[in-house]
Design a binder for this molecule. Sequence first.
Ligand code: PMP
Length: 424
Amino acid sequence: PAPSPASPAPHADLAAQLPALREQYAALQARGLALDLTRGKPSAQQLDLAEPMLALPGEGVHTDATGVDVRNYGGLDGLPQLRQIFAELLDVPVAQLLALGNASLTLMHDAMAYAHLWGVPGSPLPWGREEKVRFICPVPGYDRHFSVCEAFGVEMVTVPMTADGPDAEAVAALVADDPTIKGLWVVPTYANPDGAVVSEAVARRLVSMPTAAPDFRIFWDNAYALHHLTANETKTANVLDLAAEAGNPDRPIMFASTSKISFAGAGVAFLAASPANVGWYKKHLAVQSIGPDKVNQLRHALFFGSAEGVREHMRKHREILAPKFAAVSRVLTERLGDLGIATWTEPQGGYFVSLDVVPGTASRVVELAASAGIALTPAGATFPYGRDPRDANIRLAPSMPPLAEVEEAMQAVATCVLLAAAER
Ligand code: PMP
């Protein structure tokens, strides 16, 4: 075969610009900026959208729609009124949806803990008594999923993300004959960090593929189910129905929360799964709690009123967030667009932009940014054990700073990406 033409050296021109870029960077440093694009937190302006909730339920209002006194013990499943609203939004039966504490991360951690201590329905052994337990982590992914695995000594195996979610064929090949692989993390809607949405075909493949482990679970973390950045309000594949149709009803466990709907620190988290999984989770939960914070759940139910109330509320978040994401895209396109040294996602929802820079320079970019007063998520954070084998991926989180600061921070990031590429 004819030798393929040498690929153009994308940063040959950049090397010539090194002195100019160094000057640009020095000027940037001299500005003494202090900007932060590290974590996907809602801004104060977004939190203010739910401010009236702080006056709810209000003195004298302490019964739910069925007359239950929310101040007292009980109601392990969560407030029926609120479960009704979120069952519609998450497209699951109310009876299979629990409304619990303030963080879905707790529920994921506890599901992993219960599985280790007692096994899940269908487990030959508690996972903690198995010689080795492994989980598949699509990369780039969410660092706290990796932390949960690390805490339990669960080995992480990576597969690439695609525009339609995890590479389903790679997942299917891994699980087919390796019984140590007990699970898979999936962020089905507007994934952290690359914004991918799992297609119906990928969802179907993941719930129907044969697995060597009889107790294989998909931790379906639907953290951004309702967090659209455009008028196209994508509907997530109905994983519980698809799994039941495929004869694997117990495979997925869905998690979600209102952390980025109401208050990040004082929202409500949800778990949805098959009747067997929900029964399993509740059995163990009942030992640690007599019931969740129903006062907070009532406050949420009264504030939103209905599923449409939540959708309306999310449109207000979108008005605040969409311009920030547009700014990220515009600056990256203007500064790096034609150079062939970086690619980035244009998410249609969620909280992140995934930026890939010249391999081998991501940590240098983050370091340069830090020295210029711009805090970025550490390079490698989107990979298990903090190790990005290509040192190329950087997660950008533009939600928190005001719009003008997002622009300023992104101009700085672009300068750092250019300088790091030119230095090579
Ligand atoms: N899952 C994903 C994918 C997330 O990005 C986040 C927040 N950064 C969470 C879960 C955390 O959710 P919660 O606040 O409900 O614990």
